[in-house]
Design a protein. Sequence first.
Length: 152
Amino acid sequence: MQIVNSTIDYAQTSTSTSETDILSGSGTTWETSITPSATNSNILIQASICIYNAGTSGTVQEARFNLRSYTKIGAGSYSSLLSQEGFGAYYYNGAQRATLAPNTLTFSKLSNFNTTSAVTFKFTYDLIASGATIEVNAGQKISSLTLFEIAG
């Protein structure tokens, strides 16, 4: 069995409704790779991402965000692994504003990529609507990704 672990504490803030890569440093996308030893190996993915809605402005009601994970095999292109949508809050009273405490979103997934080439993972996030702010790893919080190769 092979284990790869990656942690980051680089803080990001975004008000964008476009997908934004989670970074490991200024301008550097957080990518973590594992190279399976056999094509029938399974990869157990355990992720813990510190991301939250840091507040809204004006009379904004929609303060939810999306978190997505992608994989690529070798030098290929990224494809969607998991899409988690609608985290955060929706305020029915438009005059209400909120600053929410950091949340750590966690998930586990077992996958077989049928390859002995490197499998690389990355995460993106975006707001559902404009007017809110999303923070990743604010206040020196940590996000982590652990990849376990399990013999098939």
